[in-house]
Ligand binder design. Structure first.
Ligand SMILES: Cc1cc2nc3c(=O)[nH]c(=O)nc-3n(C[C@H](O)[C@H](O)[C@H](O)COP(=O)(O)OP(=O)(O)OC[C@H]3O[C@@H](n4cnc5c(N)ncnc54)[C@H](O)[C@@H]3O)c2cc1C
Ligand code: FES
Length: 1279
């Protein structure tokens, strides 16, 4: 299976579990696409299909994941199942900590992890917690339309099959016998291009290494694999030493512990954990420091295969082990033919003597010494995400004191991430030897370290200042740690550190999330499991790339522009065409009809013709007999460019060049200029909000199959909008739409990213299929998907706000600029929606706002959950907070004072009843115990200097609507077959939001038959024509109406038969209807909502109703590193009468966590030439398990009705995302308390995402000052 992601979570759906032979059978999860098949000799592999299936038996892990609603789009589910299953094979009753650790390497973009962890908890020892958590979701349904009351819970533990370890697959006896009986011999695997040799003795290995000095030693392949896969490195010979006993030793010696170089990091972790429990504390300080790094290094899947030796020898600058191992005087045992030697690891990095490792040398083992009396060792790391992310900077430090004193006898300090390899602060250490461990030493150490450790600017755009600040902050942390330890030896002489500094010595830990105490909620409907939940968990759910291959099928790889704005001088395909298996190269000249689509003045482009307008634009495509061949050939296409001016990348540059997509939008209400003259205060400011990558788990995928007659083509696409695919493919091929059949079974996540962009990609595949007459499969790699398809619009908000001293905001003048990228897509609409929704929950009497969609040379940006609202409302909440700062009132007071209070009008004169907004706000205040927790946070802040807590509560008003009637029309088609079974289809797309489940619920209710009698097969342009996109939270609303309509039509036809035989069964009625020639098939239709907007007048009814909500979040920050922990979030949402609370809560939580990503983590980085650096999960961090709040509660507002939508529900897909900004403002609150304490300026700007780097910079202190003014350093008492 091709790799869907780079690094962190390779092949989430192909996550096999290996049973390794040996003394004991062990179970390890691993990433399939990093695991060379040759290294599986003697191992048994279990994939998700082997764990269980609907054909045989669904495994309890699969069942519980599905029934606890732990899958939405389902694309991550097999990976989740394998991680949990593996853990349970090793520990049938794991602790919550083990569970959290097992999932640290898995990513999910839909669920927000809470339901996945709920499923996990049911297996944990302390299951009493889990039970109470699950039951707290108890819901009562009071549906107005049906007058029916249902009491239920999100899932019922009684339904689960028990986990019975005796029923698991056994390790195959033949492999067991083979391991026991067969003598070990060298294995050779010869492939087309490479040879894999697996020797069994050290001598043999040394001979091989001498014979092939350039051949890498591959153990876990986590270093070599990605290089070969993604960076084009090729090795004709590979030596795999994992079976050699000398390289697997685990030996306790007098003075420490020796670990073979091939030991996996998981083995190293277990051995160290064991040793720490066995040896006296004094001896295990090195072990503890190494173990600390191992806990967060990679994910479990990586640690299970990656070797200790591999990590050391690769000598990557980001190695978390080398600094601590080097600082701790670990010794390497090296061997080459006829020669063995032992060298301290520190010598390699400190450049002592001639101690480099030669190419023919191999690392046999590593000796990790015991610590001694008076010796202290620490390791530190700071990464963009706390777990499963490479460090930005890390460190290992050790100090040994003269006996009974605090005089430094030996000091070593090593850093990673600062330069291209681990570096040693050698001069600093020798200068400080003989000094006392006190403030003067600290002062000098920091200065010396900054002087000695050069931090060159990095290509990936990380700020040098941040790294430098971390480097000395780590030393300061070490200083505190040691001071505190000295206290335990002699409290009289060493008083330790002030109490308020103590908490910084505790690292943030990821805990199983809990639900805060709260009373049961009252949403409506039943929490029905996702219709495909079980199939997601068993791996049976089919996505585009799972479709069986079609005879003669070709694979497509694209060639993209490497320039942001340039003329194409020539395209040389000669080398590419020589690659074996290549069929053809397709370009703009091959498009039979439309290559440029004009939906506005500027076109959307399939293939670049003559010029390119962004890096990542598709210039041509190669089709070949395999994915590998297509990619190899694509890399050989040579394009010559002539750079064109100007190259516009940023919003500022677009403003300078007056480069915009038209029209610009404006809304104005009241008399703004006059109001500014009468206000007490005016603030002006600007906030920058970065873009966001959709990071749907299933990348953009198309399979185009020409049918061979009448120019018909089947197009299978991962899209939210089959009708636009049909339209664009037909237009590109120059055939009528009735020849193009677009099919969508399910989509592995979309979030707005699979609309127009999927249409262009489908055209690429269809043109290739037309030209070659073959089926063409086009699956974007993660890197290409991130590069080509754009994402959420980066934003700048410039505001001027006039307000009274009592906090009333009277006038706002604001300009929004969004970076649209190189083609219009929906940018003008996004800009418009950002204006319409910018007021969020506030009444602003005098308001003028403009929105500009900037035309730049970045890849074209597109729709993304929230559609402009998450950005413009963040701008609003920012100036609200600034008004609070200026007036001295609290932010929640300013929010309350300015909130919509009674029936009022929005800034475009639409009526609004804010009753439920106020209810949500009050309930959230109450449920979160806001005021008492705020007090507690303030108390904590007084007692802790280097750690601070922050809390914030943010309201939400989310208008629902698409602005025009025709965009919300919908159709459905319902067939009843003579056996009584029902086939349902509608225009909505299942992309994780559970729409098919809800539609089956609707049909079941309307026809009054069980859900099990109703089947949904696929969305297709052949059954429902001209369907609108599944977008804008509207899917359930509009398709639900259409399904209801179709079912009612059928029921009406059946009614006379039912009336005649009221006691009959459904099947009898259907049989009778057929015999009476009553049609058993009906379409249903919904005309759409009567929405309109007059931009000339700035008035209208663009929305049908409003959703409301509020979220309160609390965080804790580490002022020394900028790291933070999300402690608790309480959300109250008004979503009317929920049709399926499990699905809806899932949408709220998933969106909220995606919002946390947007506002605090996810950072897109570009080169000055417009090349996107962040092209995979190793560089771009979306939230993982460690990022969700430790306490997380979502409740639905009770007794809320919505007369405008199906069964009084409300469309909930997008609204929750904005609430992620409660974390942003909680962080701001924490930073504010740092700044207040330190007497720093009260006005300060925080941009989004609010990363660790920004938090650290905002918590200015002597260290940050020292970095910026290295010349001037005064230390007014760091301690
Ligand atoms: C998703 C992901 C996340 C990661 N996260 C982290 C992280 O957070 N922190 C961190 O420090 N690292 C991280 N890494 C790096 C990982 O720890 C290293 O890649 C791994 O330890 C290398 O071990 P390996 O057995 O897989 O090496 P291989 O890929 O098998 O080999 C790597 C190199 O080491 C050489 N080598 C291996 N063994 C020997 C030996 N005995 N003697 C001589 N040469 C040898 C090989 O010749 C080769 O050049 C991550 C990697 C991935 C893929
Ligand atoms: S359900 Fe996890 S990625 Fe969609």
């Amino acid at each position: 299976s091709p790799c869907y992601q780079l690094k962190s979570q390779l092949c989430p759906r192909q996550n096999p579990q290996c049973h390794m032979t040996g003394e004991k059978t062990g179970h390890y999860s691993a990433n399939a696409c990093l695991l060379p098949i040759c290294c599986l000799y003697g191992a048994a592999v279990t994939t998700v299909e082997g764990v269980g299936s609907t054909e045989t038996r669904v495994h309890p892990v699969q069942e519980r994941l599905a029934k606890c609603h732990g899958s939405q789009c389902g694309f991550c589910s097999p990976g989740m199942v394998m991680s949990i299953y593996t853990l349970l094979r090793n520990y049938p009753e794991p602790t919550p900590e083990q569970m959290i650790a097992a999932l640290a390497g898995n990513l999910c973009r839909c669920t927000g992890y809470r339901p996945i962890l709920d499923a996990c908890k049911t297996f944990c020892k302390v299951s009493s917690i889990s039970l109470s958590v699950a039951c707290l979701y108890t819901v009562i349904c009071v549906s107005s339309e049906f007058g029916e009351t249902v009491s239920t819970s999100l899932f019922s533990i009684d339904e689960f099959q028990p986990l019975d370890p005796t029923q698991e697959l056994i390790f195959p006896p033949e492999l067991m016998r083979m391991a026991e009986n067969q003598p070990k011999r060298t294995l050779f695997f010869h492939g087309e291009r490479m040879t894999w040799i697996s020797p069994v003795s050290l001598d043999e290995l040394l001979d091989l290494k001498a014979a092939h000095p350039k051949a890498p030693l591959v153990v876990g392949n986590t270093g070599v694999g990605p290089e070969m896969k993604f960076r084009g490195v090729f090795h004709p010979v590979v030596i795999a030493p994992a079976r050699i006993p000398d390289l697997n030793v685990v030996k306790y010696t007098e003075d420490g512990l020796t670990l073979g170089a091939a030991c996996s990091l998981s083995v190293a972790k277990d051995v160290l954990t064991n040793a720490i429990s066995e040896f006296p504390e004094e001896k295990t300080k090195v072990f503890c420091a190494v173990l600390k790094q191992l806990r967060t290094l990679g994910g479990e899947q990586i640690r299970n295969v990656a070797s200790l030796g591999g990590n050391i020898i690769s000598r990557k600058s980001t190695s978390d082990l080398n600094p601590v191992l080097a600082a701790s005087n670990c010794v390497l045992s090296l061997a080459s033919r006829g020669k063995k030697r032992r060298i301290p690891l520190s010598d390699i990095f400190a450049g002592v003597g001639n101690n480099t490792i030669t190419p023919e040398e191999i690392l046999v083992s590593v000796h990790i010494p015991h610590s001694r009396k008076g010796e202290y060792v620490c390791a530190f790391r700071q990464a963009p995400r706390r777990e499963n992310a490479l460090s930005i900077t890390n460190a290992g430090m050790r100090v040994l004191f003269e006996e009974g004193t605090d005089i430094i006898k030996d000091l070593s300090i090593f850093y990673g991430g600062a330069a291209s390899t681990t570096v040693c602060a050698k001069q600093t250490c020798s200068a400080l030897t003989g000094r006392h461990w006190n403030e003067q030493t600290l002062d000098e150490a920091c200065r010396l370290i900054l002087k000695e450790i050069a931090v060159p600017g990095s290509a990936s755009g990380e700020k040098v200042d941040y790294k430098k600040t971390l480097i000395i902050s780590f030393f300061y942390r070490f200083f505190l740690e040691v001071l505190q330890s000295l206290k335990t030896t002699d409290p009289y002489h060493y008083p330790g550190i002030p109490v308020e500094y103590g908490s910084v010595l505790q690292d943030f830990k990821t805990k199983m999330p809990q639900k805060p105490d709260q009373s049961p909620q009252d949403p409506v409907g039943r929490p029905i499991m996702h219709q495909s939940g079980i199939k997601h968990a068993t791996g049976e759910a089919v996505y585009i790339d799972d479709l069986p291959s079609v005879d003669g099928e070709l694979f497509l790889a694209v060639v993209t522009s490497s320039r942001a704005h340039a003329k194409i001088v020539s395209i040389d395909t000669s080398e590419a065409l020589k690659v074996p298996g290549v069929f053809d190269v397709i370009s703009a000249h091959d498009v039979p009809a439309t290559n440029e689509f004009y939906y506005s003045d500027d076109p959307e482009i399939v293939f670049a013709r003559n010029k390119v307008i962004c890096v990542g634009q598709i210039v041509c495509a190669v089709v070949a007999d395999s994915d590998v061949h297509a990619k190899q050939a694509a890399a050989k296409v040579k394009i010559e460019y002539e750079v064109l001016e100007p190259v516009i990348l940023t919003i500022e540059e677009a403003i300078k060049h007056n480069s915009f997509f038209e029209p610009k939008r404006k809304l104005e209400q009241g008399n703004v200029d006059q109001a500014f003259e009468t206000v007490d205060n005016i603030i002006e400011g600007e906030i920058h909000i970065g873009g966001q990558e959709h990071f749907y788990m299933e990348t953009q995928s198309v399979l185009a199959v020409p049918k061979g007659e009448d120019k018909e083509m089947d197009v299978y696409v991962s899209t939210q909008h089959p009708a636009v695919i049909q339209e664009m493919v037909a237009a590109s091929l120059g055939v009528p739409a009735n020849r193009i059949m677009c099919h969508v079974k399910r989509v592995g996540g979309a979030f707005g990213g699979k609309l127009l962009k999927s249409g262009l990609l489908a055209s690429v595949a269809a043109v290739a299929a037309k030209k070659t007459g073959r089926a063409v499969r086009f699956i974007l790699s993660r890197g290409d998907d991130m590069l080509i398809t754009g994402g959420r619009h980066p934003f700048i908000g410039k505001y001027k706000v006039g307000f009274m001293n009592d906090g009333r905001i009277r006038a706002v003048d604001v300009n929004y600029y969004i970076n649209g990228g190189c083609t219009p897509d929906e940018s003008v609409l996004v800009a418009a929606v950002s204006l319409l929704k910018m007021d969020n929950a506030y009444k602003i009497p005098n308001l003028r706002c403009w929105a500009y969609a900037c035309k730049t040379n970045l890849p074209s940006n597109t729709a993304f959950r929230g559609f402009g609202f998450p950005q413009s409302a963040l701008v609003t909440e920012t100036w609200i907070t600034e008004v609070a700062d200026k007036t001295g009132l609290s932010p929640e007071k300013i929010r309350e004072i300015n909130m919509y209070k009674e029936n009022e009008q929005t800034h475009f004169k639409q009526k609004l009843d804010p009753q439920n907004l106020i209810r949500c706000w009050n309930e959230c205040m109450e449920k979160s115990a806001y005021y008492s927790r705020k007090k507690a946070a303030n108390e904590f802040n007084k007692q802790n200097y280097w750690k601070k807590k922050g809390i914030a509560i943010v309201p939400l008003k989310f208008p629902f609507g698409l602005g025009t009637r025709y965009l919300s029309q919908a159709s459905a088609l319902v067939h009843i077959y003579t056996d009584g079974s029902v086939l349902l289809t509608h225009g909505g797309i299942e992309m994780g939001q559970g729409i098919h489940t809800k539609m089956i619920q609707v049909a079941s209710r309307e026809l009054n038959i069980p859900m099990s009698s109703i089947h949904f097969c696929e969305t297709s342009t052949t059954t429902v024509p001209n369907a609108c996109a599944s977008a804008g939270s509207a899917g359930t609303d509009v398709n639900g109406m259409a399904v209801k309509d179709a079912c009612q039509t059928l029921l009406k036809r059946l009614q006379p038969i039912i009336n005649k035989n009221p006691k009959g069964t459904w099947n009898e009625w259907i049989k009778e209807a057929f015999e009476q020639s009553v049609s058993l098939s009906a379409t249903g239709y919904f005309r759409g909502y009567n929405e309109n907007m007059d931009w000339e007048k700035g008035e209208g009814q663009p929305f049908t109703y409003f959703l409301f909500g509020a979220a309160c979040s609390e965080v804790e920050i580490n002022c020394l590193t900028g790291d933070h922990k999300n402690l608790r979030t309480d959300i109250v949402m008004d979503i009317g009468c929920s049709i399926n609370p499990a699905v809806d809560i899932g949408q709220i939580e998933g969106a909220f966590v995606q919002g946390i990503g947007l506002y605090t983590m996810e950072e897109l980085k570009y080169s000055p030439e417009g090349v996107l650096y962040t092209r995979g999960p190793d560089q771009y961090k979306i939230p993982a398990v460690c990022d969700i709040p430790e306490q997380f509660s979502v409740s639905l507002l009770s007794s809320s009705q919505n007369p405008h939508a199906i069964y009084a529900s409300k469309g909930i897909g997008e609204a929750g995302l904005f609430l992620g900004c409660s974390v942003f403002f909680a962080l701001r609150d924490a930073v504010t308390s740092v700044r207040n304490e330190r007497g720093l300026k009260t006005t300060f700007v925080l941009n989004s995402p609010l990363t660790a780097e920004q938090i650290r910079a905002s918590c200015a202190d002597d260290f940050t000052e020292m970095v910026t003014e290295t010349l001037y350093w005064n230390s007014p008492g760091l301690v």
